[in-house]
Design a protein around this ligand. Structure first.
Ligand code: GLP
Length: 249
């Protein structure tokens, strides 16, 4: 596991964006699973800036994602599709034919999950998967207690996760109760994974996930066994991983 700890959230964003841009420069048709959430907003801002400066091109990048609300129209302003398209893939000119994001608006969700995974497989699998960490340790929308053998499917969101999504909706009632998520099985098939976190609120779960036991109660902890993992954190989130006291606690 490689851990990069930046001074603050802006530094975390620069470090993460630079890792991602370097990977794309090394393999212009990189197959990326993009993610959503507050943590990644400054990272996508930095990537847009790097693109505008001509440092990185998204012309050939193959774009997928990890999760999506179920039951929202795919162009709903709070959908993950809109998040990823509006904040990154649209502005950097990723090609529509290279973009396949989960469609949570389909009622035949089993078919959607099957097709989505078949398309990733046909593309050759994910080279780089990005994700944040839920305060309860969820990975994608795989909530605590999810089997490490879980597959891409429809899930019910916990109250804590729905509260975490509140900034993107007018009220808690508007936050969907269900979502599609890639399973832990599929997430850890990626060739490399980059996890981003910032702020003091993420410190306790990072300590549990990466210093505690590997357990289905903390879905992220499965990544301790994962061979090519990079954590990009800010000082607040990363503090427990860097202090011996916390390790001994
Ligand atoms: C959502 C997404 C996760 C993401 C998490 C982090 O729950 N489904 O994939 O990792 O948000 O959210 P935030 O960055 O807002 O804390």
């Amino acid at each position: 596991m490689k851990i990069i700890v930046a001074e603050d959230a802006a530094g975390m964003a620069r470090a993460a964006a630079s890792c991602i841009a370097n990977r794309i420069r090394a393999k212009p048709d990189l197959r990326v699973a993009w993610c959503t959430g507050r943590t990644v907003i400054p990272v996508y801002n930095e990537l847009r800036a790097l693109h505008a400066e001509g440092v990185v091109s998204f012309d050939q990048v193959r774009c997928f994602d990890i999760d999506e609300y179920a039951g929202l129209p795919s162009d709903h302003p709070s959908s993950f599709r809109r998040f990823i398209m509006d904040r990154l893939l649209g502005p950097v000119g990723a090609r529509p034919e290279n973009i396949r994001l989960l469609d949570g608006s389909r009622s035949d969700w089993q078919e959607e999950c099957r097709e989505f995974e078949a398309e990733i497989e046909a593309a050759g699998g994910i080279d780089l998967l990005l994700n944040g960490v839920g305060t309860n340790g969820h990975l994608g929308f795989n909530e605590p207690g999810t089997s490490f053998a879980s597959r891409t499917r429809l899930v019910e969101l916990t109250e804590e996760t729905r509260l975490g999504q509140l900034p993107f909706f007018p009220s808690l009632d508007d936050v969907p109760r269900y979502a599609l998520t890639r399973g832990i099985t599929e997430i850890i098939q990626a060739r490399s994974i980059l996890i981003m976190a910032s702020g003091v609120s993420k410190a306790p779960i990072l300590a549990r996930a990466f210093l505690g036991p590997v357990t289905e109660e903390v879905p992220c902890s499965v990544l301790q066994r994962y061979p090519d993992l990079t954590l990009v954190l800010d000082a607040e989130a990363g503090a427990p991983l860097l202090t011996k006291e916390a390790r001994d606690a």
